[in-house]
Design a protein around this ligand. Structure first.
Ligand code: ADP
Length: 437
């Protein structure tokens, strides 16, 4: 108990005792006690009302000095109030600093609630995406930024991926968007200007495409001359071997150029245009036949477990199969087995090319789809591998919302599985039973 509370209790006891003593003098102890209690109550009630008035008017003059309980209550109240004011001031300063620093950030940041409604955003979000701090507060961000990819990202709950979208307010500029969880069920939409990166990668793509295109014409001329030289019996015998080698290398250059062109075409092409139902087992069979008759080729079997069709660009899917099958053939010995499987389930379909060949060391698997990546660099030059095949496969699959899953064990073969989502799979309607209702 504090000193003032102790004084208050002692004073009350003394006052009530005095009342009892006066009552005793008149032979009315209880009455004396009661009168004293009433007087004490009236006094405290009047102090309480004065304090309430002081709270309303802010005039605490009568409570400023003194040792009584009410003066102590006022002193405590004043201390707490000043502390609250100090805290509020500090918080306001902190908030101002936070706002200043988020406004100085070059990246846009938008705080969203669980329904993707805007709670707050910084200045960069306004400049990059045209969001207005006050006007758009409480609006759903996907009603303002209507990019389908962004809408998909917001709905997916995927906090790792990023998407690129055109800036809705700056012509020709690109934004990289990412959603990260924030607070309880809030989210932070981060927007970054990546126009320069996109411009540079387009420049690189254009350069590769133009250079490959330009190199094709002179190479065709060289090829033509080499083709006629190889058949020319009048050339000296010492030249025959070099000419044959030149012809092989020229053919290889032609293959590199056409794969580079194919890759840049896939990179700059938009979404897949011609979506047709593709009979995958039939395509697997025609690709298998294309390799038939080649010497030293392992046995290739087709395991068609599903009759479902694939909604895709047939030529591009054929490119995928040819690349995977030619790799399987290249890296599997003659006595090995290659199996191409087509299967579907409720969640999608798999096109699998598996072999019992040399396999791949696990450390190299994540790098397989990099351009010009070859596990054994010295090998490719002789057997035609240049390291672009799987990069092309990856691009084609991405254009079909599919992904490539590679599993392999060094020395025990590999499996390349192309996983297509259910939206791309056309399952045949069940044939009605004869005579059925
Ligand atoms: P490449 O034209 O060299 O085959 P790819 O991009 O198709 O280029 O393949 C990249 C590398 O992945 C190859 O060089 C090879 O090392 C490895 N690879 C691909 N397929 C297989 C396979 N079926 N078995 C073993 N290694 C493979």
């Amino acid at each position: 108990m504090s000193e003032s509370a102790r004084k208050f209790v002692v004073g009350m006891i003394l006052f009530l005792s005095a009342g009892a003593v006066v009552g005793w003098l008149y032979d009315e102890v209880v009455m004396g006690l009661l009168v004293a209690a009433l007087i004490a109550l009236a006094w405290q009630a009047s102090r309480l009302l004065s304090f309430e008035r002081a709270l309303r008017t802010g005039n605490f003059e009568q409570f400023r000095v003194g040792e009584g309980i009410w003066e102590q209550i006022f002193s405590r109240f004043r201390f707490e109030r000043e502390r609250a004011v100090r805290r509020k001031k500090n918080y306001r300063m902190l908030l101002r600093e936070i706002r200043k620093s988020t406004n100085a950030m070059p990246d846009g940041a938008v705080i969203l609630d669980a329904n993707n409604e805007i709670i707050a955003c910084n200045r960069a979000a306004k400049e990059l995406a045209g969001l207005k701090r006050k006007k758009d507060r409480g609006q759903r961000v996907d009603n303002i930024l209507r990019d389908p990819e962004l809408i998909r990202l917001l709905q997916s709950g995927d906090h790792k991926s990023t998407i690129e979208m055109m800036s809705p307010v700056r012509d020709g500029e690109w934004l990289d968007c990412r959603v990260v969880p924030y607070g309880g069920d809030q989210k932070l939409l981060l927007l970054r200007d990546v126009t320069e990166r996109i411009r540079l990668s387009k420049m690189r793509r254009d350069f590769v495409a133009n250079a490959s295109h330009e190199l094709r014409s002179p190479l065709t001329v060289i090829n033509g001359y080499l083709d006629s030289l190889i058949d020319d019996e009048s050339i000296p015998a010492t030249w025959q071997k070099p000419v044959a080698q030149m012809r092989r290398q020229a053919a290889r250059m032609r293959q590199i150029l056409s794969e580079m062109l194919e890759l840049s075409r896939l990179e700059s092409a938009g979404a897949v245009k011609s979506d047709e139902p593709v009979d995958v087992p039939e395509l697997l069979e025609s690709c298998r036949q294309a390799f038939e008759g080649h010497s030293k080729v392992a046995n290739v079997t087709i395991d068609a477990q599903s009759t479902a069709e694939l909604r895709a660009n047939k030529a591009e899917i054929e490119t995928v199969i040819v690349n995977l099958l030619s790799n399987a053939i290249r890296y599997t010995p003659e006595d090995g087995e290659i199996t191409m499987t087509w299967r579907s389930d409720g969640e999608g379909a798999d096109l699998i090319v598996a072999d019992t060949g040399e396999g791949i060391d696990p450390e190299y698997i994540p790098r397989l789809t990099e351009r010009f990546f070859r596990v054994d660099k010295s090998r490719g030059r002789d057997d035609g591998g240049i390291g672009l095949g799987l990069a092309i496969v990856k691009h084609v699959l991405a254009r079909h919302d599919a992904e490539l899953v590679v599993t392999s064990e060094s020395g025990h073969g590999s499996e390349f599985r192309c996983r297509f989502p259910a939206e791309r799979v056309v399952v045949e309607p069940p044939v009605p039973l004869a005579g059925g209702a």
